[in-house]
Design a protein around this ligand. Structure first.
Ligand code: NAP
Ligand code: G3P
Length: 486
């Protein structure tokens, strides 16, 4: 049923409650990373069309903010249930559009439905406070401040290819439940999945203008959108390079950014090595490592490095690579040939500099086979750069101090994992790590989605996570009452 959004594979954008074709006729063909087959075409919107979407959102915002919160929450609940009704249809699109395996695609849609339900509830807990002036010297009880939270206005949501549904909704749902309106710029490779999502919002009965989409290459319309005077907040998830660029060209515009990562798994000699290997391999290779929170380096104490690496190698060799349409496939074609080229460049650099290949370093077009490289050292690019692909470097360290030093030397600071049976050591190491989150005895991961999720250094600005996202897209307004006390 949600196929109404396209005619013969030519998709439309959802603007001001209507499905609009590209006025200029300029389209972007989307090809599947699986086999290069054409998935469809999306409008390459012009600046005028971007204006139209942003103005629609701006025009709708005040009225939307006046809708009672309970009604906004009820609409979100409808979106959540409709998502589940169309879970398979949307997941199937994701599989062909971003080559995410069917199991992970189905899970992403379910997770997104759960996210929305939780958000609708969490919004009802949003509250202000009342302050009496006499708590401060020189003031009396005749002055009281009533503090409440208000929406920011029009939010520009920009999402990445690897979670085109979940990381769009992780911005849209908290924004609109708080009374904002949204313009979504989805990833070009992921646009069609996002347009299906937009159809679900329309089917739920969202008033026109509350949610709008703008498709088109970020390199062509991105700067225009982020610097648009009628955008009040930018919620961006993507690479550090683009995030840095956006923060450089925007002025006095509040930003929330989730960027790149180089999450380290630190393994101490007392760790349960088999368990650590299981978590590390799952964390490093699911969706071919195309996750910001993927484990992207292992820092292991020398004494247990051989044993741990052996367990990891056993698991990596069993990973199924190939067609994401098959349920047990883990290693899927990367999003583009360019992405595969970059991963292979990092592998080659490490091997040329003396690292030891244990598994992989095999490629068929944009399918890179799972690769495990031991004895990676600090002079190698793989120790520091984010591959966003199925390659895991093992860096051997003489002690915990060295592990912390190398972990913190990274420009990134998203998450780290610490594997040890000693909880004192775990907390002491966690205290030293310059990251947003430390996972103790687990792989690095964003979920569950009500936990705070943030990056420091080059990994981001601000905090995601349901309540945090709602607060980030609202602001405080104080009303101070001065009265004559009897
Ligand atoms: P990307 O290339 O930075 O693109 C992210 C989004 O930004 C896309 O929608 C892209 O549009 C858009 N964009 C590109 N240039 C822009 C500009 N000048 N102005 C505004 N928007 C612009 O990232 P990606 O390849 O989609 O995702 C992979 C990267 O994102 C990795 O570095 C990964 O670590 C990071 N990531 C981080 C998180 C997190 O939560 N921390 C989550 C997922 C991914 P186009 O698609 O049209 O280029
Ligand atoms: O890269 C997307 C980021 O949000 C990771 O999410 O749940 O796979 O850790 P998750």
């Amino acid at each position: 049923m949600i196929k109404e959004i396209c005619v013969n594979g030519v998709y439309k954008n959802y603007v001001n409650g209507e499905w609009k074709v590209s006025e200029s006729g300029n389209m972007i063909d989307i090809f599947s990373p699986i086999d290069g087959s054409k998935v469809g075409s999306v409008p390459a919107m012009s600046k005028e069309e971007v204006d139209e979407a942003i103005m629609a959102a701006k025009a709708a915002q005040k009225e939307w903010a006046d809708v009672p919160l309970i009604e906004r929450a009820k609409l979100l609940n409808k979106v959540a249930f409709l998502l589940l009704d169309h879970q398979k249809e949307i997941a199937d699109i994701m599989v062909v559009e971003i080559a995410k395996d069917i199991t992970s695609s189905l899970a992403e849609v379910k997770r997104t439905s759960d996210f929305i339900l939780f958000t609708a509830d969490a919004a009802k807990q949003l509250r202000g406070e009342m302050l009496s002036a006499d708590a401060f010297p020189g003031y009396g009880k005749d002055k009281v401040s009533f503090v409440n939270r208000y929406p920011l206005g029009t939010v520009l949501a920009i999402s990445p290819f690897n979670y085109p549904v979940n990381l769009s909704v992780s911005k849209i749902a908290p924004a609109i439940v708080a009374g904002n309106t949204v313009v979504l710029k989805p990833p070009t490779q992921g646009s069609i999945s996002a347009l299906y999502l937009a159809k679900i919002f329309e089917m739920a009965g969202l008033p026109k203008g509350v949610f709008n989409t703008i498709t088109g290459k970020g390199s062509e319309i991105g700067d225009y959108a982020v610097t648009h005077n009628d955008i009040d907040f930018i919620n961006f998830t993507g690479s550090t390079d683009i995030g840095r660029h956006i923060s450089q060209i925007t002025v006095m515009k509040p930003l929330l950014m989730e960027l790149g990562g180089k999450d380290a798994a630190i393994v101490l000699e007392d760790a349960d090595l088999k368990e650590a290997a299981k978590d590390i391999v799952s964390g490093a290779f699911s969706y071919s490592g195309q996750r910001c929170t993927a484990v992207k380096r292992v820092l292991v104490e020398d004494k247990v490095a051989d044993e741990l690496t052996g367990y990891i190698k056993e698991r990596v060799e069993k990973l199924k690579a190939g067609d994401p349409r098959k349920a047990d496939t883990v290693i899927v074609p990367l999003i583009s040939d360019k992405a595969a080229d970059f991963v292979c460049e990092l592998i080659e650099d490490a091997l040329e500099k003396g690292a030891k290949l244990l598994v992989g370093n095999k490629r068929e077009k944009n399918l890179v086979y799972p690769t495990l490289i031991d004895h990676v050292t600090e002079d190698m690019r793989l120790a520091w750069e984010e591959p966003f692909g199925p390659v895991l470097p093992i860096i051997r360290v003489k002690d915990v101090k060295k592990a912390i030093e190398i972990a913190n030397k990274s420009e990134y600071g998203l998450q780290s994992a610490v594997f040890t049976k000693n909880i004192d050591k775990a907390f002491n190491i966690a205290n030293e790590l310059q990251v947003g989150t430390v996972q103790i005895n687990n792989k690095t991961e964003r979920g569950p989605d009500h936990f705070p999720f943030l990056g420091v250094k080059s990994s981001g600005m601000g905090i995601q996570g349901i309540r945090y996202s709602i607060e980030a897209m609202t602001r405080v307004k104080a009303m101070v009452i001065n009265y004559e006390r009897s």
